[in-house]
Write a protein that binds this ligand. Structure first.
Ligand SMILES: [Fe+2]
Ligand SMILES: [Fe+2]
Length: 209
């Protein structure tokens, strides 16, 4: 599937507001890909398709999981807000001819992250949280950080979204916690390697050059 086809597809599947969000995520994902040396075309396609299943009714999402039980991997038992990413990746793979595993992975984990996130996974996760229309408290420092240090930014972003889920009284998906634990580990390891342990906790209080 080309980016042009993906754009037309999501335009037909999403309401105006979510389509605009999608275009904004695409712009941010391409900018981040260029900044961090990832493939901008992969970032563009992943971003265009990331919310393509977001407006499907619950029954349809569950049917997609039932019809693709092996790829879905118990998705139905995970919190409902993350279903759309998994369903989108399944539709991309089974219906829309997207075969690139990097793109499928980024779409699939765009709401939770996962342990061992690739550069593209991180880029889409962050682009979705920092697209231009986002205006939650803390978005500005994250926008700055994601262009300065991708690993610190993903750590901060995962912390922030886990906290947001906790604050809203909803269950945290274990995969999100595993993603954060892994991101923290990676950062600590990098810090040890450079003899500059610089953990991500409270990153917003750190002065940023
Ligand atoms: Fe999403
Ligand atoms: Fe999104």
């Amino acid at each position: 599937m080309t980016c042009k086809q993906a754009k037309a597809l999501v335009k037909s599947r999403l309401g105006e507001k979510r389509y605009r969000h999608t275009i904004n995520v695409k712009k941010m994902a391409v900018a981040l890909a260029e900044r961090w040396g990832a493939d901008p075309e992969k970032a563009e396609l992943a971003a265009l398709l990331h919310d393509s299943a977001k407006e499907l009714p619950r029954d349809e999402l569950l049917q997609i999981f039932a019809d693709n039980a092996i790829i879905a991997d118990n998705a139905a038992r995970r919190p409902a807000p993350i279903w759309h990413g998994i369903a989108a990746a399944i539709l991309c793979q089974t219906q829309w001819g997207v075969t690139d595993p990097e793109i499928l992975s980024a779409i699939r984990c765009h709401t939770t992250g996962k342990p061992g996130m690739s550069k593209l996974d991180k880029i889409l996760y962050l682009a979705d949280m920092t697209s231009v229309e986002r205006d939650y408290p803390g978005v500005e420092p994250l926008r700055k950080l994601e262009f300065e240090d991708l690993d610190k930014a993903i750590c901060a972003a995962l912390e922030q979204s886990i906290q947001f889920v906790k604050d809203s009284g909803k269950p945290v998906d274990p995969e999100s916690q595993a993603a954060l634990d892994d991101a923290r580990r990676q950062l600590a390891q990098r810090g040890r390697q450079t003899a500059n342990p610089n953990l991500c906790e409270n990153h917003q209080e750190e002065p940023v050059e």
